[in-house]
Design a protein around this ligand. Structure first.
Ligand code: NAD
Ligand code: MG
Length: 388
């Protein structure tokens, strides 16, 4: 029996995870559920899945959650510290890190340090602090399994035990990108796009932040950095290929010319079920892939001149240190401003570009350095957003 703490239980990844959990009550049990401030949604999940622990990150919501769960036998805790306890406590052996953004960093690190099986969806954590996460995993002796569909695909296409990519005979990692809702548009056509248009993803249904990231191609940029850390791959060995159907979830190219790919319908439950059951396989509720219905698979180069966020992510990765922390922080601030209609869509890339130029990169030696870079970059980004 796997005992799971699901951090970000009320989100899109949380819902997909709980859907897989509900299909296998003999294998998976949710022992802790955590969310930000949606008391109603969290309470409903707790009454259905009966975890030992329910955590609401916003302390102002504690009383309301207590009231909703009175008599349920579920212990209620609140605040950021309680989220860390949900990640590291003895009630769980597996942690689903599905909080969106930098807010998930410390709980992701705590799960790694505690030696849990870490199912990572929270890509911002690895972008902010990839080295620290690797160190925490090493110290804790646990294992990381990627939930991001591309990285999950790559994981499936790599040999199970290998010292490094060169030893495995890998030449390149090919990350596929759908291209998002604005694929094929020119810069001029992007000037006036709205949050609603940006969040209407053609293939995947996801939270609002990652939907905007998909529209700017920053999601792919974050994923390049994620792949760098997860697979110890240099930037020049990671290539992005636009594949509008989102059927090929990513590929690994070997030195002998073989290219292995993982295919499937665009449904996160496949990656989640794989990581939950690994090294076994379980049914995920995902429809069988009908290749005849898909009929064709298209591939094209990303338009880096129009979708500058992807190029900026490569730049930050090459710069190293806290540059990727700055990239992530500026992006989070800019995306929030865009969603609140304080910033036009092209302003997202402009903000990140200027912020990367304004904030010096430091070696990411410890958490304080990373959090300081995050805070400095957010202040700078706010200043830039106000000036745009
Ligand atoms: P979402 O917005 O649907 O859900 C976010 C969850 O995080 C919610 O449960 C929310 O309550 C919680 N949360 C937010 N701030 C918090 C805080 N301060 N403390 C505690 N909890 C907090 O987002 P999502 O689409 O589920 O994405 C979650 C993560 O997974 C992101 O990092 C995203 O990049 C990644 N991811 C998502 C998908 C997808 O298909 N949705 C695919 C790959 C990766
Ligand atoms: Mg992805």
């Amino acid at each position: 029996m796997r005992r799971l703490a699901i951090l970000g239980a009320t989100g899109s990844i949380g819902a997909s995870t709980l859907d897989v959990v509900a299909r296998h009550p003999d294998r998976f049990q949710a022992t802790a559920l955590a969310a930000h401030r949606n008391v109603d949604a969290l309470a409903q999940l707790c009454l259905r899945f009966r975890p030992q622990l329910a955590v609401i990150a916003d302390p102002a919501c504690e009383a309301a959650l207590r009231e909703r769960l009175a008599g349920s036998g579920c212990r209620v805790a609140a605040g950021p510290q309680a989220v860390l306890e949900a990640a590291a406590g003895s009630h769980c052996d597996t942690v689903v890190a599905a909080i969106v953004g930098a807010a998930g960093l410390e709980s992701t690190l705590a799960a790694a340090r505690a030696g849990k099986r870490l199912l990572l969806a929270n890509k911002e954590a690895i972008v902010m602090a990839g080295r620290l996460l690797a160190k925490a995993l090493e110290d804790g002796g646990g294992e990381l399994l990627p939930l991001d569909s591309e990285h999950n695909a790559i994981f499936q296409c790599l040999p199970p035990r290998h010292a490094n990519l060169a030893a495995a005979g890998v030449r390149r990692i090919l990350l596929t990108a759908s291209g998002g809702p604005f694929r094929g548009r020119t810069s001029a056509e992007l000037a006036g796009v709205t949050p609603e248009q940006a969040c209407a993803h053609p293939n995947w249904s996801m939270g609002r932040k990652i939907s905007v990231d998909s529209a700017t191609l920053m999601n792919k940029g974050l994923e390049v950095i994620e792949a760098h850390h997860l697979f110890d791959a240099a930037a020049e060995r990671i290539e992005v290929v636009v594949h509008p159907q989102s059927i090929v979830h990513s590929l690994v190219e070997y030195v002998d010319g073989s290219v292995l790919a993982q295919l499937g319908n665009p449904d996160m439950r496949t990656a989640i079920a794989y990581a939950l059951a690994w090294p076994e396989r379980v049914e995920a509720g995902v429809a069988a892939l009908d290749l005849l219905k898909v009929a064709r698979l298209d591939f094209e180069a990303p338009d880096l001149a129009t979708f500058r966020c992807l190029a900026l992510a490569y730049e930050a990765l090459r710069a190293g240190g806290t540059a990727t922390t700055v990239l992530n922080a500026a992006n989070e601030e800019a995306v929030a401003a865009f969603l609140e209609r304080r910033l036009p869509f092209p302003g997202i890339a402009q903000t990140i570009d200027r912020c990367l130029n304004a904030v010096d990169s430091q070696p990411a030696t410890d958490l304080d350095v990373v959090l300081d870079a995050d805070l400095t970059a957010r202040r700078e980004a706010q200043r830039i957003i106000a000036s745009l």
